[in-house]
Design a protein around this ligand. Structure first.
Ligand code: HEC
Ligand code: HEC
Length: 260
């Protein structure tokens, strides 16, 4: 999702959540005039443990919108918020994600306190770490190569590649995952380290469908074919690599070596 549409979505969600929060109090709740709250307005915030207790509501909500955008989730990922007719209790801590988010707020604060010294810059000149720095639009910010490696450990390259395709379908164009030429080459190198050359070739063939001009992919194909004892195949792949990247001295040298 683009940043803009994420923001737009967060705004829509916010409006929806305010509407939800504006429902009359549940039976058994306070029905008279509540000090500090407009009649029919959202209940006063009652469970701020990280924010100072007197933080203005708008400040909290703005931060909340940033959370939803950074994690690519809605308010109800962390809050009990079932909408009209359901339970709506932003103060409740029953969702584990809300507790994790508190821990993350503290963690981010600690990182930011230590960063200036670590990089030897003044506080004002030091880049701040926010939720989005790590999360990039997903709640569990894992590298795509690690997700694929996990899938591949039980289902082989076919499963790893299927996972890649699913993620690409959903996230391509966003910042959550690396869909550049390098991701599947990394997978091929990992398979190579595990001496699974056929798995490596599966990843590389797929990469060449996405990036037909990837000299690095052809060069890696040559490496796998060499490992499999297919010298003519290795030479053909390396020739293609050199053709696509004629100024690459290392690839040229490898081609010469293969031809000897
Ligand atoms: C990633 C988790 C997360 C998401 C998503 C999130 N919140 Fe929160 N929210 C929190 C945490 C954590 C607190 C408590 C902060 C503290 O303890 O100071 C909180 C507190 C609040 C409070 C104060 C509740 C009280 O009475 O103490 C409100 C209101 C609130 N959030 C609204 C929202 C809205 C509206 C959205 C969607 C736009 C949203 N939140 C999305 C984690 C989240
Ligand atoms: C230094 C990197 C980093 C920063 C900064 C960071 N997070 Fe996280 N966060 C992670 C990682 C990594 C995980 C996943 C841990 C795991 O494997 O379960 C995570 C997990 C979470 C989870 C649990 C998700 C789930 O479904 O289990 C929540 C909620 C969360 N972060 C919210 C936040 C919020 C809100 C902020 C900003 C205040 C933030 N994070 C800042 C790295 C970070």
């Amino acid at each position: 999702m683009t940043r803009l549409s994420t923001l737009a979505l967060a705004t829509v969600l916010l409006t929806a959540s305010i509407a939800a929060a504006q429902q009359p109090p549940a039976p058994g709740g306070v029905t008279g005039t509540v000090t500090g709250a407009r009649a029919g307005g959202p209940p006063p915030m009652s469970n701020l443990l990280i924010f100072p207790k007197d933080t203005p509501r708008e400040t909290v909500i703005t931060t909340m919108q940033a959370f939803t955008a950074a994690l690519g989730v809605q308010c109800n990922y962390c809050h009990v918020q079932e909408g009209r007719g359901g339970r709506n209790d932003m103060a409740s801590d029953e969702k584990p994600a809300k507790k994790a988010a508190r821990g993350m707020m503290t963690l981010a604060r600690e990182i930011n306190a230590k960063l200036p010294e670590a990089v030897g810059k003044g506080a004002a000149a030091t880049t701040r770490v926010g939720c989005a720095t790590c999360h990039r639009g997903v709640p569990i910010p894992k590298q795509i190569t690690d997700i694929m490696t996990e899938a591949g450990s039980t289902g082989g390259a076919a499963a790893g590649l299927a996972t890649f395709k699913q993620l690409r379908e959903k996230f391509y164009g966003g910042q959550s995952y690396d869909f550049s030429e390098g991701a599947l080459i990394t997978m091929a190198q990992r398979a190579n380290t595990a001496t699974k050359y056929d798995d490596a070739l599966v990843y590389l063939q797929a990469n060449l469908e996405y990036y037909p001009k990837s000299a690095r992919s052809y060069s890696a194909v040559a490496q796998m074919k060499t490992a499999k004892g297919d010298k003519p195949g290795a030479i053909a792949a390396m020739e293609k690599a050199v053709e696509l990247d004629p100024n690459n001295a290392q690839m040229k040298a490898q081609l010469e070596a293969l031809k000897k």
